[in-house]
Design a protein around this ligand. Structure first.
Ligand code: OGA
Ligand code: MN
Length: 288
């Protein structure tokens, strides 16, 4: 099979064909996939009819899979699978008022995954098991480009500063299932630089995760909230965004170190089942 890489948008995203995620990958194929991923930030593998076990095995080429620290959302059958779904482990549709659906729905706000960890994840791989036709498109922002195009006044406000990322901030945005003491203790708030350097590409990006950010060094709460809002609005401009319309068995892999993502709303009576693995981070965020 020959590998092909087709860009999907001028700023971000490419489609990769010619790789079967169920098969072992030779070192040359891995290198080609990794290079395309570093260049395009988000890669789409169409038509990948994989089991959860094959999904986890493919993830291991890129690093160790993360195990989510809350029992809700984590799959009962395969612990490395994070269920982005309005259907429970037994196959029942959950209403929008269900705490799990409310938590999953916060992904409609811009964020980058597990930025609340001391060593945030490297990337995520999302498999469209049951996809939405009424919305549920996943949007991605190229945060290198956002950094490079930030107006000088904003650059000056973030240079050398850190933002706080707190998993518990989700509970200030919506009424969710309360964390157990163990879950709260597992993820204490962390401070991360607002401008980071990518350990592979060496490029600088703006590093925010608006659903988790609750403070910025040197600013009071109102100023911090305002600055996060202004930075998010600047980032969420059409020219930086690729929007993915899902087909069944698409697998998307994105780099959480240099992108933001958010899903568009969909009809809550429609089932949507997406399975995610996450590649554990193995180093602290590099300040740029
Ligand atoms: C995620 C996420 C978006 C989606 O899996 O990390 O934010 O499209 N999901 O479900
Ligand atoms: Mn996410």
């Amino acid at each position: 099979m020959t590998l092909s890489v087709k860009p999907l948008h001028p700023a971000i995203g490419a489609e990769i064909r010619g790789v079967d995620l169920r098969q072992e990958m030779d070192p040359e194929t891995f290198q080609a996939v990794h290079d395309a991923w570093m260049e395009h930030l988000v890669v789409v593998f169409p038509d990948q009819n994989i089991t959860d076990e094959e999904h986890v095995a493919f993830t291991r080429y890129f690093g160790e899979p993360e195990i989510f620290h809350q029992t809700i959302i984590r799959s009962r059958a395969v612990k490395e699978i994070f269920r982005v779904s309005n259907v429970d482990d037994d196959g029942n549709l959950m209403p929008p008022s269900h705490p799990t659906v409310k938590q999953v729905s916060l992904a409609q706000l811009w964020h980058t995954d597990s930025s609340y960890r001391r060593m945030p994840c490297i990337g995520s791989l999302l498999h469209g098991v049951e996809i939405s036709r009424t919305g549920g498109e996943t949007q991605f922002i190229n945060m290198y480009m956002v950094h490079d195009e930030l107006p000088g006044s904003l650059k000056r406000q973030i240079e050398g500063r850190r933002a706080r990322h707190d998993f518990e901030n989700l509970h200030r945005l919506a009424s969710l299932k309360p964390l157990t003491p163990e879950e709260a203790a597992a993820m204490p708030p962390v401070w991360q630089p607002l401008v980071r350097r990518h350990p592979v590409t060496g490029r600088k990006s703006l590093y925010i995760s608006p659903i988790y950010n609750d403070a910025i060094e040197g600013l009071d709460d109102t100023e911090a909230r305002r600055l996060i809002e202004v930075l998010t609005a600047f980032a969420a401009q059409e020219r930086f965004i690729y929007r993915h319309r899902w087909e069944p068995d698409d697998v998307l892999m994105w780099d959480n170190r240099c992108t933001l993502h958010a899903v568009t709303p969909h009809d809550p009576t429609e089932r949507r089942v997406m399975h995610r693995t996450t590649i554990v981070g193995d180093e602290a965020v590099l300040a740029a």
